[in-house]
Design a protein around this ligand. Structure first.
Ligand code: UTP
Length: 234
């Protein structure tokens, strides 16, 4: 079985507690796990951003706000584990070493954040490197990497494919404040560049996109790789 690391953005799994997609994602993840060794890194979503915004209003520093963000990602991860039932390892991995250890069970391993100054995309990028994943998927709320933020710039164009070097140039100028909302953080981009593990950024708002991408190689998104060969299906 090949290893697959998925950064499952909180913005698609739990944009708000009322609009979560946990119910839709559970059967999809279980299906993928029948064919692949699955590692999932869950983001903080709207609730993390709400907490962080209150922290900012209170004049609290970014590092402490990051700590709140990490707690929310772990809360979301705990909920996903519970919803996956026996198919998931029953505890949130709090380090990459723990994730590797938990994977020996053969079950789906779920993580949240681990350290301030980054996002769960960076956690997932390092995890992909450490477990020698066949592919690193970033399931997010846009359908790939654009030349600029498509929600703000109507002239932004989407890349079908790019090299890790081009990825670094594209995300290089983005900020890293607590709760920041970029397609991929700069730490994750650097790790993708050094690890040489192919990254696929795709729209995760519809969970079947993830299923079709991994199992059939059918997707619309951006592949970041030095190779011309598509990393999907795995
Ligand atoms: P994310 O930014 O990863 O979650 O974590 P998200 O907003 O749900 O991600 P996307 O946009 O959908 O992909 C929420 C916040 O938690 C803190 C950061 O403040 C981050 O913005 N965090 C997370 C850390 O400080 N360290 C971590 O390792 C992970």
């Amino acid at each position: 079985m090949k290893k697959v690391v998925i950064s499952l953005g909180g913005s698609i799994l739990i944009p708000t507690l009322e609009e979560h997609t946990v119910k839709e994602y559970v059967p999809v993840l279980k299906k993928i796990a029948k064919q692949h060794r699955l590692f999932i890194v869950v983001g903080g979503g709207g609730e993390a951003r709400r907490y962080i915004s209150i922290m900012r209003d209170l004049g609290i520093d970014e590092g402490t706000s990051d700590e709140i963000g990490i707690l929310i990602t772990r809360l979301n991860a705990t909920m996903l584990i519970a919803a996956l039932g026996d198919d998931a390892y029953p505890k949130v991995a709090e380090s990459h070493a723990e994730a590797k250890k938990f994977a020996e069970s053969g079950k789906i391993v779920v993580m949240g954040g681990i350290t301030p100054g980054q996002t769960t995309d960076a956690v997932a990028a390092v995890l992909a490197e450490r477990v020698s994943a066949a592919v690193f998927i970033n399931a997010t709320s846009v359908d790939g990497i654009y030349s600029a933020d498509p929600r703000k710039d109507p002239k932004a164009t989407r890349f079908d494919a790019m090299t890790p070097q081009q990825l670094l140039e594209t995300v290089g100028g983005t900020g890293l404040g607590a709760g920041s909302n970029n397609v991929l953080d700069i730490v994750a981009a650097r790790v993708v560049e050094r690890s040489n593990i192919p990254l696929v950024v795709l729209d995760g708002r519809d969970p079947t996109n993830l299923l079709n991408a991994l199992l059939k190689g059918k997707y619309r998104g951006t592949v970041v790789s030095n190779s011309k060969k598509s990393p999907l299906p795995v």
